[in-house]
Design a protein around this ligand. Sequence first.
Ligand SMILES: *[C@@H]1O[C@H](CO)[C@@H](O)[C@H](O)[C@H]1NC(C)=O
Ligand SMILES: *[C@@H]1O[C@H](CO)[C@@H](O)[C@H](O)[C@H]1NC(C)=O
Length: 243
Amino acid sequence: MQFIACLVLLFGIVNARKLPSYIKVCHRDDPKVGECVVKNVEAMMPKFSEGIPEMSIPSLNPLMIPAASLNSGGNFKADFTNLKVYGADKFKVKSIDLNLKDKLHLALDLHFDTMRIVTDYKIDGNILVLKLNGHGVMDANLTDISAHASTDAKQYEKNGKTHLGFINSDVNGLVIKKAHFQLDNIFGDNEQLNVQTNQVLNDSAEELIKELAPVITSVTRDIVFGIAEKTLQRYTFDELFPQ
Ligand SMILES: *[C@@H]1O[C@H](CO)[C@@H](O)[C@H](O)[C@H]1NC(C)=O
Ligand SMILES: *[C@@H]1O[C@H](CO)[C@@H](O)[C@H](O)[C@H]1NC(C)=O
């Protein structure tokens, strides 16, 4: 038992030390450390779809998110479960500001050409001019998505080694140029009402985007910080960003 625990521990440590060959080491004092990280993300990108097991990164196409919910505080509530996000594996880092010298801060501008979210939904309340109460499958195609992500980081010790962890992670400034939503079964068997409702949803896509922005923001946060956090947990600060 102890022997196995030892082996696991040893293997874990040995494993943790090897950066894949397509990752270039970025130096924390390099004034262009941000650009260096972007190059690594670009090198990893073709692999995001399948996932990168050697870096503990799951498949991003689809990316599976167990649950997300929306509570406007007022008269509208929505729960989404089994979210499948397609297209999250393809994004562009439009700008990066990474400081690893004193304040450990990262800010990113991101762009996704398209993202598709297919999810079970349960919705109750007033949205737009509609009074909705139902559940089914929602399909959403989003086009031209921009977001700003930022985070601070702090150092912590794991197995006697220094790692970086995120604090105060935030995604904001979400802009979606175009969206098409389809909510199946919103009025159960009443097919005519379902069609009419989806027509209204489509005609008011802009307002619907605003209503759903918190969920899409949270999905984006899972994509960005989910990937990065796995890497930070796996490798030490010195391995990723030597001095
Ligand atoms: C989203 O796009 C996919 C693939 O292009 C398409 O099959 C699906 O019907 C679209 N869904 C909506 C709600 O527009
Ligand atoms: C949805 O609305 C757009 C315009 O905003 C329109 O071009 C498109 O045909 C509509 N689609 C459906 C399925 O109603």
